[in-house]
Design a protein around this ligand. Structure first.
Ligand code: MG
Length: 449
């Protein structure tokens, strides 16, 4: 009682000298925590275009009118990166400067509807850059990592898979063993096809197949036979305990996909990725009716029209949306919540064409959602660490969220400028400003990539 009276008197100012420095500091902390935070306004929006790993990354920086309060978001669409830069600076910036930085969903809806025609990859990535930056700002304001704003952790870290690939089966298996040795429990396996192009790996003889043109050659049936043999070899040499993943990358016909899903069922994959292209998603029902192979899909999706029916009809097991392609954290946390209601797990797309900011967003979504399935991991290079200070840590096959406020990442813009778009590029990507060239069947027909 005496202590309370003394505190009341002290707070009233009558006995200030009786408050110890420790008590005064505690009162200041409490006062700061409980007062209404002033609403920051968006003062400027800038784009950091950089390619520290030889892949074009687009990072949006939203600056507020409060000193030192800003945030970063990933808007990487590496094949059309310049267009995202323009979409941010010429359209979103004039729309948003002067508006509150703390109304994230409202801002997302404003940007989404502003173009009238929506759900395209360029505009969605631009929107994601702003959206993720606003979450970063809110985290910095609150003094919390973003996963805390989503409700806190459901798990300690995000279990990841690594990419084991090679020209020959033995190389894939050796690579997989190396990852298993590093602690990974899940490995994606991809093997080269003699004489042809293949997804996820290459071979010295990849251009030797006889064809009626000079572009890389890809024959779906040849690839399917090669992949089935790979899974057999992997189970023989890696055993049954390792979880295997494979990415078809939508390169086969719908009927081939149905047969392929049935044929891989016996290898008990963790999941089979993109057996169908977005244009052919109606065939998932056929696959579901004929086998129990777990299906992952979604990295090419831009629109709720694509993922909503697949989740609601329980036609896939893992939703694999590329977060910036869908418009950022705001729509993707809603996807995760919807997926939970239908027993679908998350497996956010996390290749090298996602910036470390985007990976941090993937991790926040992964640790904070109960229905997490797996996360794709990509190791960061020395140059990535130079530009993005505070990159998420990958250890024993787990990605860990940074515990600093927001994404916990600072971008060194001087270092970023050392790696402009085009850095490290060769061949078609250099020739086509980061875009891809054609892959064709022997007769010259272009295939989906
Ligand atoms: Mg994929």
């Amino acid at each position: 009682m005496l202590r309370r009276n003394l505190m009341q008197m002290a707070m009233g100012g009558g006995l200030a000298s009786l408050v110890t420095p420790r008590e005064a500091a505690a009162q200041t902390t409490v006062a700061r925590a409980v007062r209404g935070l002033p609403s920051p306004k968006i003062k400027d929006i800038q784009v950091i275009a950089t390619a520290p790993g030889g892949v074009r990354l687009v990072v949006v920086k939203v600056i507020t009118d409060q000193d030192g309060l800003y945030g970063y978001g990933c808007g990487t669409f590496t094949q059309r990166a310049d267009l995202v830069v323009d979409a941010v600076t010429r359209y979103l910036k004039p729309l948003l400067v002067g508006r509150p930085a703390d109304r994230i969903d409202d801002t997302w809806q404003l940007c989404y509807n502003s173009s009238y025609w929506r759900n395209g990859p360029v505009l969605n990535n631009a929107l994601s850059g702003v959206d993720q930056a606003l979450w970063d700002i809110k985290g910095r304001q609150a003094g919390m990592p973003v996963y805390q704003l989503l409700g806190g952790k459901c798990r300690e870290a995000a279990d990841c898979y690594a990419h084991a690939s090679g020209a020959e089966f033995s190389q894939v298996i050796d690579n997989a063993k190396e990852f298993i040795g590093q602690g990974f429990r899940h490995v994606r396996v991809q093997v080269g096809v003699p004489g042809m192009a293949a997804y996820g790996t290459t071979r010295p003889d990849a251009t030797t197949a006889k064809a009626l043109h000079n572009d890389p050659v890809y024959e779906p049936a040849v690839y399917i036979r090669r992949a089935l043999k790979l899974f057999e070899e992997c189970r023989k040499h890696l055993g049954d305990e390792i979880e295997l993943i494979h990415d078809v990358h939508e390169r086969v016909t719908p009927s081939q996909a149905v047969q392929f899903c049935k044929d891989v069922e016996k290898f008990k994959l963790f999941y089979f990725e993109d057996p169908l292209s977005p244009e052919d998603i109606a065939y998932f029902r056929n696959i579901r009716q004929q086998c129990a192979t777990p299906i992952a899909m979604g990295e090419l999706f831009n629109s709720p029209h694509e993922w909503t029916p697949l989740i609601a009809d329980r036609l896939i097991d893992f939703i694999r949306v590329h977060v910036s392609q869908a418009g950022g954290l705001t729509p993707c946390r809603k996807i995760a919540t919807m997926a939970e209601a239908f027993g679908v797990k998350t497996a956010w797309h996390g290749p090298g064409d996602v910036s470390p900011i985007g990976h941090a967003c993937n991790i926040a979504l992964s640790v904070a959602a109960w229905n997490f399935g797996i996360l794709e991991s990509t190791p960061f290079s020395e140059h990535h660490h130079e530009v993005f200070q505070g990159c998420p840590v990958l250890k024993d096959g787990y990605f860990y969220a940074n515990e600093a406020p927001g994404w916990g990442i600072e971008v060194d813009e001087k270092a970023a400028a050392k790696y402009p778009f085009g850095y490290g590029e060769t061949g078609d990507r250099q020739k086509y400003n980061g875009g891809w060239g054609a892959v064709r069947r022997r007769d010259g027909t272009i295939i989906k990539q």
